[in-house]
Design a protein around this ligand. Structure first.
Ligand SMILES: [Zn+2]
Length: 503
């Protein structure tokens, strides 16, 4: 593996341009320098600067690179695991069978995901990095992979310090025992985790010329103490970075938060100082109208994960209602054990299809905006002074992809944005540029040996296959116990559920 130092100037000639959904231009030249877009003009207006790396854009469409605004890289070797399970038993199944990860394992999983994404035209990933156990060495493995692969990345080390599900169960005399997350994975104290976050920021935030960022990554409201939530929110703000937290993915999580706070978990997050333009909220399935108002008012960003929500039977994020209130919504694949790949084009298509039964439908342009400009905001974590991104404009970061307009996917497209959102699968991606460097040229990755990376991933799959086939004793019992508990709760959060069916 080697890092590619791209030339200072890249010149793309005679391409068509979708600078952002809703803004098209035919026949342009694009000049990139120092990692940003320096000039956009009609074809032939200015010659290519001497020494520039040239890309002939004839027959190609330039558009912003896609952003995967929520993923978990360790799941790249766990595809297909836990079919037919809802989130809570699925989590037990996954952690019961995934075993421990060495820093090298984290490196291989993150690199494999980066290779997959770059070849599909995904130029940025937000990796909510779970670790067993949480350690700086694990973070180092993922960061090193992203630095080498040349992808733009935000790594949010996932941190949990308790499981409030036990308190909800205790209130109805139900003993969850081994079904608690705190019994399945090693939790560190909030002090230890806050210290780890500080160290991660000091070592890697802004590395690779600013391409790599560290976000705070509390695992979820139900798995974090007030001290951890408030502490990470303060720390993220003081470092000018973002905070990324799973929000109300399932009805059980909603019930746990309602019981813990005696009010909405979203309201509690605002009181703890968590919400704001630097805060991103993957899932947000079990939110009601008041929550939506709060999210919109605070400028927090919802990250929609349609495939994972469908796979785990979690419900549906009310994207139409969020957009109606002018909230920002990004999109992500979630981890590969729940979705089961890293192809953001598939999320764009699902995002543009599954909300078409409410008053506010989600268009192809909406879905593409979720996967570009809004996703970039999640990566940037609301930091002032960062370059514009998620669109192709003078001064914006040079993250763009060039698509062949003559492929099966695009040759027949009449109307561009819906055509891209609904017909493209990633197979038209020809060149990929991240931070001004050409990392994929003619469909070939310049920064990593894709075949060798896939082989290393296969080896890891083989090594874990025995654990996956027969999880440790007790996993099955724990899964049954949580399933029984969820069923015993019945439809306690049905009001929100019904609202979301009409989203
Ligand atoms: Zn997730």
């Amino acid at each position: 593996m080697h890092r590619v130092d791209g030339p200072p100037v890249v010149f793309v000639s005679n391409c068509d341009l979708l600078s952002r959904p809703g803004s098209q231009q035919a026949g342009v030249d694009i000049e990139l320098a120092g990692g940003t877009v320096r000039r956009i003009g009609p074809t032939g207006e200015s010659p290519a600067p001497a020494g520039a790396e040239l890309i002939d854009g004839t027959g190609l469409l330039a558009m912003p690179g896609l952003v995967n605004a929520h993923s978990h890289s360790p799941e790249n070797c766990l595809r297909g695991v836990g079919e037919g399970l809802r989130l809570e038993p699925w989590l037990l199944r996954m952690f019961g069978s995934s075993g421990l990860y060495s820093p090298e394992d984290h490196y291989v999983n993150a690199l494999a995901g980066a290779v997959e994404m770059l070849l599909l035209g995904v130029t940025t990933v937000v990796d909510h990095l779970w670790m067993t156990p949480p350690s700086l060495d694990a973070v180092e493995g993922a960061v090193r992979a992203y630095e080498e692969a040349g992808i733009r990345a935000a790594v949010a080390p996932l941190m949990n310090d308790c499981d409030f599900t036990g308190e909800l169960a205790a209130a109805s005399d139900f003993d969850l025992g081994p079904a608690l997350m705190s019994e399945q994975v090693a939790f560190l104290s909030s002090e230890e985790l806050l210290a780890q976050f500080e160290q991660a920021v000091a070592r890697w935030h802004g590395s690779a010329g600013g391409r790599i960022r560290i976000l705070a990554g509390p695992g979820g409201v139900q798995w974090c103490s007030d001290e951890l939530l408030g502490g990470l929110a303060d720390a993220a703000r003081s470092h000018g970075t973002g905070l990324h937290i799973h929000l109300l993915e399932t009805s059980l999580q909603r019930a746990v938060c309602d019981q813990r706070f005696g009010r909405s978990g979203v309201e509690a997050l605002e009181d703890l100082g968590v919400l704001g333009p630097n805060c991103s909220l993957p899932h947000s399935v079990w939110i009601d109208d008041e929550d939506i108002e709060r999210i919109a008012r605070t400028g927090s960003i919802v990250v929609h994960n349609p495939a994972a929500n469908l796979r785990l039977g979690s419900g549906r994020c009310p994207v139409g209602r969020l957009l109606e209130r002018e909230a920002t919504v990004a999109i992500g694949t979630d981890g590969s054990a729940s979705s089961d790949n890293q192809n953001v084009w598939e999320m764009v298509k699902l995002g543009a299809l599954i909300h078409n039964d409410g008053p506010r439908w989600v268009s192809g342009a909406d879905s593409l905006t979720m996967a570009t400009g809004s996703g970039y905001q999640v990566w940037s974590g609301g930091e002032a002074g960062l370059s514009l991104g998620g669109e192709i404009a003078v001064g914006a970061v040079a993250d763009l992809i060039l698509l062949n307009r003559s492929t099966d996917g695009l040759a027949g497209v009449q109307v561009l944005e819906p055509g891209l959102a609904l017909s493209e699968s990633g197979r038209s991606v020809k060149h990929v540029i991240v931070d001004g460097r050409v990392v994929v040229r003619d469909g070939n990755l310049a920064t990593a040996d894709g075949a060798a990376v896939r082989e290393a991933l296969r080896e890891q799959v083989q090594r874990r296959s025995r654990e996956v086939a027969s999880p440790p004793q007790g996993t099955g019992e724990a899964m049954e116990r949580i399933e029984t508990f969820i069923r015993s709760l019945g439809d306690s959060a049905a009001t929100v559920s019904n609202q979301n069916r009409r989203s």
